[in-house]
Design a protein around this ligand. Structure first.
Ligand code: ASP
Ligand code: MG
Length: 443
């Protein structure tokens, strides 16, 4: 079986939904199709929740009205056969009446609101497949996708439930929602923003799929951030480890956690472009056949914290005390560097910054900088130990580097710079590590 996942822009308009259907129907294999919400919908649902939380029910209702108008326009363009258009119309009408009634008990229904985008897109997609004369099965992710009290997916349960559902479903194409799940209290919940990729990977792992295909609006994972650097190019093949580093440190194409289930079960992940299906895309798999820098990504919103021990020497137990503070506030650490008297580390979650700094002050002298960026270079650095860090740093002689982390894993070099220097650093690294490297040598 193959898992196909299509993102928000891929199902973002009638025209695009038709493209998605063509891609799927072109593949004469058993498959599960995981859909995101129509682009913009989840943001609108977040806004609705915000309005309701601030006692602005009228504003919430206005957003619901506008959303309904946009869906009515979408189905007008998608369905040219009257009976299917009527089906879709009835579905939208019922759904939006339900949304309006959900506004009455706002706080209780926050997660239920957020789940509606995927429920709408999958239902409309199934009706569209009917119009095309294809029989598909729509299964609810709420019947098999679940998380535990730590918000971690319940892999075994997911596998058991999904296997049972599939045993009773012989359709070649099965459609389901990304993002949504149940929590331990059996309430509707979700896998966090961008979580549809994660759903696809969890489903792929649960059914031991042959391949997981993630379809978005770009020709695969690029060697550098195309928003800031010109002439980037898609990478044909990349290892799970490298892709995980890139996804975590800023490559927007993939939800960071989504690599893990695929990697654990050794299921290749193919990143493809819905709007350019001929492009090869990027294949993420178990391969470590290249050396050197494969790709660069950057992550903003980083806070760097330096703790200088009150004692001159790095006494034992010091790091333990430092880490305990972050553990207490459930704040993960991204980068870390140490010296004999101080430790610098980074976090990307500001929520408990004040509390963390106050507690760290009892252990040592604390300084922190906000608005930093981590530049992540992913690649396979095991055999090219010689020269690689020099080549990287050589590109950046003109950029102030606040921290360097090398050797933590064989697949990552991280640099911390001020956010204002990020774009320049990305371009300098691109020039030095990709453009110059590929220039033909002069005779
Ligand atoms: N619709 C959700 C979001 O916008 C999940 C996803 O698209 O992956 O975050
Ligand atoms: Mg996404």
């Amino acid at each position: 079986m193959i898992v196909f996942k299509f993102g928000g822009t891929s199902v973002g308009s009638a025209e695009n939904i038709k493209k998605v259907a063509a891609i799927i129907n072109d593949c004469n294999r058993d498959k599960i199709v995981v859909l995101s919400a129509v682009s913009g919908t989840t943001n609108s649902l977040v806004e609705i929740n915000n309005c309701l939380a601030n006692d602005k029910k009228e504003d919430a209702l206005a957003i619901i009205d506008n959303l309904e108008i946009s869906y009515n326009q979408l189905i007008l363009e998608l369905f040219n056969e009257e009976n299917h258009h009527l089906d879709a119309q009835l579905f939208i009408k019922t759904k939006f009446e339900e949304l309006r009634s959900l506004t009455n008990e706002a706080t209780k229904n926050e997660k239920i609101f957020l789940a509606q985008g995927e429920i709408i897109s999958t239902n409309l997609f199934q009706i569209y497949q009917k119009q095309l004369g294809n029989s598909t099965a729509l299964i609810s992710a709420l019947d098999f996708m679940s998380i535990d009290t730590n918000e971690e997916p319940e892999n075994e349960k997911i596998k058991t439930k999904l296997t049972a559902i599939l045993a009773n479903n012989k359709a070649q194409t099965i459609i389901t929602q990304g993002f949504i799940c149940l929590n331990p209290d059996n309430e509707v919940d979700n896998l966090k923003r961008g979580g549809s990729d994660y759903s696809a990977s969890l489903i792929g792992a649960a059914i031991n799929a042959e391949q997981i295909q993630i379809w978005t609006d770009i020709d695969g994972m690029h060697n550098n951030d195309p928003r800031y650097v010109e002439n980037t190019f898609p990478i044909g093949e990349i290892s799970f480890d490298e892709a995980a580093e890139l996804a975590y440190f800023g490559a927007k194409i993939l939800h960071p956690q989504s690599i893990i289930p695929a990697q654990k079960n050794n299921i290749p992940v193919l990143l493809k472009n819905t709007f350019n299906p001929e492009a090869k895309g990027t294949l993420i798999k178990n391969c470590h056949n290249s050396t050197g820098v494969r790709a660069i990504a950057a992550k903003d919103g980083i806070i760097a914290i330096k703790i200088k021990s009150y004692r001159m020497l790095m006494a034992y137990g010091f790091l333990n005390n430092v880490f305990a503070v972050f553990e207490k506030y459930h704040t993960p650490i991204d980068m870390i560097t140490t010296s004999e008297i101080a430790v610098s580390l980074t976090i990307d979650n500001q929520k408990y910054l004040k509390e963390i700094v106050a507690e760290l002050n009892t252990i040592g002298k604390v300084e922190y900088d906000t608005d930093m960026s981590i530049i992540c270079l992913a690649g396979n650095f095991s055999h090219s130990g010689k020269g690689i860090s020099a080549a990287v740093l050589n590109c950046l002689t003109d950029v102030a580097i606040r921290m360097i982390s090398y050797g933590g894993s064989q697949y990552n070099i991280s640099l911390l710079v001020e956010k204002n220097d990020k774009v320049r650093a990305l371009n300098l690294l691109n020039e030095g590590l990709f453009v110059q490297q590929n220039k033909p040598q002069e005779a």
